[in-house]
Design a protein around this ligand. Structure first.
Ligand code: FES
Length: 156
């Protein structure tokens, strides 16, 4: 485990529940995801059980517990995107990939995350694929998008 994670933990006070989310966020930014080893370490530092930490982290969409795949699809489920139909797109992604938010496909190629607001609220539902934005996505466009992504991955 990286020494940077120890450095991050030292910035927070042990045992303070209100520090947990920023602590988890910063560690995820550093490591890319929250591994079991990291959760155990955070548990030792905070005095909270790993069950409590998982319970807290799984309540929020932004935390992931597996390394990201080569391609990460993020879909916004913020208020504006929700009103523009993001739930139907989320359902379609789930149906097509079998993944729930925060999961990576078994082959390690594809990750999928539900996020809250990516700053393009007038263009929802908004999807981001490895940094590229796709505005106004409709559920019926998802199979084609996934097909293109599979093609890119297979031809690499
Ligand atoms: S609510 Fe989706 S980008 Fe802001």
């Amino acid at each position: 485990m990286s020494a940077d994670i120890d450095t991050i933990m030292k910035k927070y006070r042990s045992g303070k529940r209100e520090d947990m989310i920023p602590l988890l966020q910063e560690i995820q930014d550093e490591n890319g995801y929250l591994s079991e080893e990291i959760i155990v370490k955070i548990g030792r530092f905070t005095g909270l059980s790993t069950t409590k930490i998982y319970g807290l982290a799984t309540f929020y969409d932004q935390f992931r517990f597996f390394p990201a795949g080569r391609i990460t699809i993020k879909i916004c489920h913020g208020t504006s995107c929700f009103l523009n139909g993001s739930q139907a797109v989320i359902n379609k992604i789930r149906e097509e990939t079998g993944l729930v938010s925060g999961q990576t496909s078994r082959d390690g190629l594809l990750s999928y995350e539900i996020v809250t607001c990516m700053g393009g609220c007038n263009h929802g539902p908004l999807i981001n694929v490895n940094g590229n934005y796709y505005p106004g996505v409709k559920p019926e466009q998802i199979p084609e998008l996934l097909g293109k992504l599979r093609y890119i991955l297979e031809s690499d």
